[in-house]
Design a binder for this molecule. Structure first.
Ligand SMILES: Cc1ncc(COP(=O)(O)O)c(C=O)c1O
Length: 480
């Protein structure tokens, strides 16, 4: 008998045989070895292949069905559920078209990609299992089994090996705000990348911090500028996004990661690492968190789940250096006592069932296709008045136009044509004018990207020729 995808069962293992079969099949579905709509072997056949009895396979199939990973056709058999097709069908294009036909401005997945069915399953199961306990006050640091799941899941990336190091937060934005509340005093210097995430700027400014912008380059923050300013101003905090930086999509090289840590150490600054998109690594980028290179315990690591899952869940976690744990815990308690216990329990089960891993695979597949379309377009429409960087993951592209062009103007002109982008000026503390803008592929369908980019590039070309007084079609060298 031919083996089935190399599945082997260990009869000496303490784990029930049906759970072993279920987990093997689940992995094969998640990594796309068994494709949507592919038929699983009949029960008797798989039992014979694996040397187990029929009930073992029946129970394994039942678990897969409960997870909505397979469906049954009466009289025909068990088939792998069609995750993406189903999503396509559910997509309410008309609804989205009514708002903005080509929306490159949104930085979170659209509702049609939310795993609502899976979440319903885990919420129902939690309510059945935990009853009223799910609705009591929860430990401020976070539901312990959830912290255990997270430490097991992220331990491999050298962040949070110990559940006691983890603080559950109601989204990464809350983590940033807790750091501002507990680390910063009025008048402290905070260094940020320029451009940067505006939500973080808001928290630092509300605390009365003085913001200093350090340019970010394609391989990470400008270490020379950082070092000079750090010597002069002795910042309390340096806020960075080393992987797929928002808004640029840039990733730090390992040298830059190490260099940043040394500079922070030498000036006594804490580093706040915002790891909002590393899960969406679709290329070969080295996305180890900065914390993996930190020998000094000076990094506060904040992780968001919003960019892969559902931002409305308001869930995230942080790993806090020992010296700051008490202050952060106090700030968290004073802010909202704890993050929703029901949602922590549901997300814990979601991870334990392997559904988080599956969702990442799904999101990466979708974003991969979008990246392919956008990079194909950009490469085949090279013009001297546009510079771009191709990220290896995440969903943000930073496009820089000729220095004489104003991205605010482009944004307003595109708005009238049903295209939304965000002007670079949005992402600075002081700089009011920018010739760059951010394109996000988080909320635009693969099929709409090319048409949307066509409108954007035509508009940039029109602005360029208006500015230079030249006729469309002439090269920059000919018009200057
Ligand atoms: C860089 C960055 N950090 C943090 C956040 C906030 O994430 P959360 O939804 O987990 O609070 C965002 C949201 O857009 C973001 O872009």
């Amino acid at each position: 008998m031919q083996p089935y995808y190399g599945i082997t069962i260990d009869k000496q293992d303490q784990e029930h045989l049906y759970i072993q079969v279920y987990k093997h099949l689940r992995t094969l579905i998640f990594n796309n070895s068994i494709k949507p709509h592919e038929k699983l072997p009949p029960i008797r056949k798989l039992s014979a292949i694996l040397g187990v009895n029929n009930v073992t396979v029946v129970n394994a199939y039942k678990l897969l069905e409960e997870d909505a990973l397979v469906y049954k056709k009466i009289g025909s058999g068990t088939y792998v559920a069609p995750v993406e097709d189903e999503l396509e069908n559910e997509r309410d294009m008309e609804e989205r078209h009514r708002i903005v036909p080509y929306d490159f401005s949104v930085s979170s997945p659209t509702a049609d990609l939310f795993p609502v069915k899976d979440f319903k399953i885990v919420i129902d199961e939690v309510l059945e299992r935990d009853k009223g306990y799910a609705f009591g006050y929860h430990e401020s640091q976070g539901f312990f089994p959830f912290r255990q799941s997270l430490s097991a899941m992220f331990g491999g990336s050298k962040v949070a090996l110990d559940p006691d190091q983890i603080q559950i937060i109601s989204g990464a934005q809350q983590g940033i705000d807790l750091v501002a509340k507990s680390v910063l005093d009025y008048g402290d210097y905070v260094f940020v990348e320029a451009p940067t995430y505006t939500g973080a700027l808001a928290s630092f400014k509300l605390k009365g911090a003085l913001i200093v912008e350090i340019p970010i380059l394609e391989d990470g923050i400008d270490l020379e500028a950082l070092s000079q300013q750090a010597k002069k101003l002795k910042p309390k905090l340096i806020y960075v996004m080393p992987n797929f930086q928002n808004p640029t999509g840039y990733c730090y090289s390992v040298e830059k990661k190490r260099g940043l840590i040394e500079i922070a150490k030498s000036c006594g600054a804490w580093i706040l690492e915002d790891d909002y998109a590393a899960d969406l690594n679709t290329g070969d980028a080295l996305v180890s968190p900065l914390s993996a290179y930190d020998p000094y315990d000076r990094i506060i690591y904040v992780k968001s789940f919003s960019k892969v899952l559902m931002p409305g869940l308001r869930l995230g976690y942080m790993v806090v250096p020992e010296a700051l744990q008490d202050e952060i815990a106090l700030a968290k308690h004073a802010t909202d006592i704890s993050t929703s216990g029901l949602l922590q329990r549901a997300f814990d089960l979601y991870i334990r069932k392997g559904l988080w891993d599956r969702q990442i695979v799904l999101m990466k597949r979708i974003y991969d296709k979008r990246h392919a379309v956008i990079s194909r377009y950009l490469k085949s429409h090279e013009v001297p008045w546009v510079h771009y960087h191709l990220p290896q993951g995440g969903y943000n592209y930073w496009i820089t136009m000729d220095a004489a062009l104003n991205a605010d103007e482009l944004m307003w002109r595109l708005n009238k044509k049903g295209v939304a982008v965000l002007s670079g000026s949005t992402f600075y503390h002081l700089q009011l004018k920018s010739s760059s803008f951010r394109l996000s592929i988080a909320a635009i369908d693969e099929k709409e990207i090319e048409a949307g980019l066509g409108i954007i590039f035509n508009e940039i070309e029109a602005m360029y020729h208006e500015m230079s007084g030249s006729k469309p079609g002439l090269m920059k060298s000919q018009v200057l």
